[in-house]
Design a protein. Structure first.
Length: 263
């Protein structure tokens, strides 16, 4: 069994952060420290298969294995824990709420990458991963090349592959290509299986139409609440502007059940 290590900072109500695809604990550190500076005891870690975390059973263990890893950290922290998962990390956080009812947690899923929540989501997912699999068949082990293709597909060719942000993500290209793309974003939640009393969805004002449609699908299928974070202009604000989410009042119950919709 893999032994996961996690980092902590600050004191106060406990908060576990789960990073998104092609990310790691180092990339999430500014966001974690921003929360710690505002009176939270924050824990964050490299997801299995990423960074310093082992690869036992990975990626075959899927989202449930990732959620089990998060559950172990929650239990180690003790007491009530708020869990904030970003993008594909939001998928893991949702599974944690669904499958570990005994944990004293509240889950906040930031624009979770649940492609199967879309109408025709399974078909869309297959269309996304097919050219990546074809590329890898001709270029075995070229995770960086496959990740560049993955970014180009999901951004409709708009991704700046020469940007510093993409350069940082390339370190985690294998995890993104082997796990996030084909496994995590394909995870399905049957209607009504996500406990609405333990979950909030959160979104930016500038969320993409794809993420907005995913949120709409999750609201329709599970009756989840949606919270808009003022000042959050894009999906990866947790990387580009950590003070935005850290400054939001996550204890607030202000939320709506109406579909998110594109803006």
């Amino acid at each position: 069994m893999a032994t996961l290590t996690y980092r902590t900072a600050g004191s106060g109500p406990a908060l576990l952060l789960i990073h998104g695809g092609a990310e790691d604990a180092a990339m999430l550190e500014p966001q974690a420290l921003a929360f710690a500076e505002r009176g939270r005891r924050v824990a964050w870690y490299d997801r299995r298969g990423t960074g310093a975390t082992p690869r036992d059973g990975w990626p075959a263990g899927g989202v449930r294995q990732h959620a089990a890893d998060a559950a172990a950290i929650v239990e180690d922290l003790g007491g009530q824990v708020q869990v904030l998962g970003f993008s594909s990390g939001g998928v893991i956080a949702l599974e944690l709420a669904a499958s570990w009812p005994a944990l004293d947690i509240e889950v906040i899923a930031w624009e979770p990458a649940v492609i199967t929540a879309l109408d025709g989501g399974a078909e869309l997912h297959a269309q996304i991963v097919a050219p990546i699999n074809e590329y890898l068949a001709g270029h075995p082990g070229d995770w960086r090349g496959a990740f560049a293709l993955q970014l180009a597909i999901i951004s409709d060719g708009q991704a700046d592959l020469d940007s510093p942000e993409v350069a940082a993500q390339m370190v985690n290209a294998e995890a993104a290509v082997r796990d996030d793309g084909p496994v995590i974003t394909r995870h399905e939640f049957a209607p009504g299986t996500l406990p609405a009393d333990r979950i909030r969805l959160a979104r930016s004002a500038g969320t993409s139409p794809l993420h907005a449609a995913v949120i709409d699908g999750l609201v329709a299928a599970h009756g989840l609440r949606v919270e808009m974070v003022e000042g959050a202009a894009d999906h990866e604000v947790y990387l580009s502007g950590p003070e935005v989410l850290a400054g939001h009042d996550w204890s607030s119950s202000v939320a709506v059940c109406a579909p998110a919709g594109p803006r």
